[in-house]
Ligand binder design. Structure first.
Ligand SMILES: [Zn+2]
Length: 188
């Protein structure tokens, strides 16, 4: 059992340990592991007070980056009128990057390498190359990228659904809304 040590700038807190039936029991220490936690309180009182493994935001951010380093895609959200909405997603995995690079090949004015593999709404380049992405997924084999292609498409499908749907409708009805012009005239 690890020891949880809560550090507060002013007060040293003693954590009570509860057993399953709710009665308080003394902490049982069987290991030598110590976890230090640091209490952060928002000065503006807009955020909930929380414990962190780090004393400052920069260290916390660096630790999160290190912890997320092996993930294929980093999907960033922000709170918008009570809902968590996508801000961007960044491709990190070499396997998914390879698929996207192939799909976006020679796409005018968009080089994923230059963009740091970061994609933001409305994901114009990906919408324009959606058919090519589907083609790559269909051709992928178990030995050659199928898992990555399926994973990428499962991730992208709900995210791009409305854009792909409106592009299809515009093509079908030949009606183009002003905001939809980019969808019907891909740059390359
Ligand atoms: Zn705050």
């Amino acid at each position: 059992m690890a020891i949880v040590q809560e550090l507060d700038p002013s007060v040293a807190l003693t954590k009570e340990f509860h057993t399953n039936n709710g009665t308080t029991s003394a902490p049982i220490v069987t290991g030598k592991t110590v976890k230090k936690l640091y209490k952060h309180a928002c000065a503006a009182k807009c955020c909930e007070t929380r414990d962190s493994e780090h004393t400052n935001v920069k260290d916390e951010k660096n630790a999160l980056t290190a912890k997320s380093a092996s993930e294929s895609i980093i999907h960033c959200h922000k709170l918008h009128h009570g809902d968590w909405v996508t801000v961007s997603f960044t491709q990190q995995g070499e396997d998914v990057k390879k698929i996207a690079a192939k799909a976006l090949e020679n796409y005018q004015d968009f080089d994923p390498d230059c963009e740091g593999w970061k994609f933001q709404p409305s994901y114009m380049p990906i919408v324009h190359r959606w058919d090519r992405l589907k083609e790559i997924q269909a051709k992928a084999t178990e030995e050659n990228g199928k898992q990555a292609a399926d994973g990428l498409m499962n991730f992208l499908s709900p995210l791009l659904a409305s854009s792909i749907d409106s592009l299809a409708k515009m093509k079908a009805t030949k009606k183009i809304s002003f905001s939809g012009i980019w969808q019907i005239f891909p740059p390359g």
